[in-house]
Design a binder for this molecule. Structure first.
Ligand code: SAH
Length: 254
């Protein structure tokens, strides 16, 4: 007797909707959501769809009416509450657009709570589109099954970011110049510093000396090395977030 498939099938489409959801509610989807379900997923009457609202949690719904360019979903029940997200921010200087979109996507998958684009002296490309970046994060959250979206903050200049830095939050400052000094062991930094945290990654050209001094002057800044090789900013972001998540985040089985 074949095992009964876990319902809903893992392949059920999963969408973020910017409206508070509730058990038994009906929701009308049009625009890109409808296009994706109708044309890409070829969804049919009665098919399951998972929805989450970044407010109350995730729900299972089914298609209760199909239109040409819209459809009605009826919510059957809540599957999960809105998750607690590890309290890690990523402060990252914008880099070339496709790579910056990639950082936003990976930070979302890895569990970051907030991303703050930081304009630095050597930032070459800060003409990223905030809405596009957020769309990449939403898509990543839909795919990796987050029930809470990361926050995408407005871009700040480095002095603004540091000037308003929360007193209780450690800033792990990825500094590629300290490996030789023996300073900057990420492992030791994780052991020494618990609580709210952030990771700061520079642009392709790195931080200037003045910026380096400014960052180190912050009481809670913690310079960390990511090894003896010079990583691209996107590689550095992924590596640093992963180290923090494994050491202080929610990757360890409870
Ligand atoms: N200034 C470098 C390029 C910077 S790499 C050069 O000489 O070419 C972009 C950013 O990635 C850096 O600002 C830093 O935040 C991070 N990074 C890269 N490699 C790193 C390493 N080995 N340790 C710590 N941070 C690193």
């Amino acid at each position: 007797m074949p095992a009964t498939p876990a319902y809903p099938p893992h392949s059920a489409p999963r969408l973020y909707v910017d409206a508070e959801l509730a058990d038994g509610a009906q929701i009308r989807l049009d625009g890109s959501h409808a296009h994706y379900l109708l044309k890409v997923m070829r969804i049919r009457q009665g098919d399951p769809v998972k929805l989450f609202d970044d407010r109350t949690g995730e729900y299972l719904a089914h298609v209760s009416a199909l239109g040409k360019r819209d459809l009605i979903l009826t919510i059957n029940g809540k599957t999960r509450g809105r998750e607690a997200v590890p309290d890690l921010w990523l402060c990252s200087a914008p880099i070339k657009k496709d790579r910056f979109n990639w950082i936003a996507e990976k930070a979302t998958e890895l569990g970051v709570a907030k991303m703050i684009p930081v304009q630095t002296e050597r930032t070459q490309s800060s003409n990223f589109k905030h809405e596009k970046l957020r769309a990449h994060m939403i898509e990543a959250a839909e795919q990796c099954e987050r029930t809470a979206l990361p926050v995408l903050a407005p871009q700040l200049k480095l002095p603004e970011l540091l000037g308003q830095w929360p007193a209780d939050r450690h800033l792990f400052f990825a500094d590629e110049r300290i490996h030789e000094s023996g300073e900057g062991s990420f492992r030791k930094a994780l052991v020494a510093h618990d609580g709210p945290a952030a990771i700061l990654i520079g642009p392709e050209g790195g931080f200037s000396d003045a910026e380096n001094d400014m960052i180190r002057a912050l009481p809670r800044s913690v310079p960390v090395s990511l090894g003896p090789r010079i990583l691209r900013a996107d590689t550095a972001a992924l590596a640093a977030i992963s180290l923090w998540m494994a050491g202080r985040g929610d990757w360890n089985p409870r």
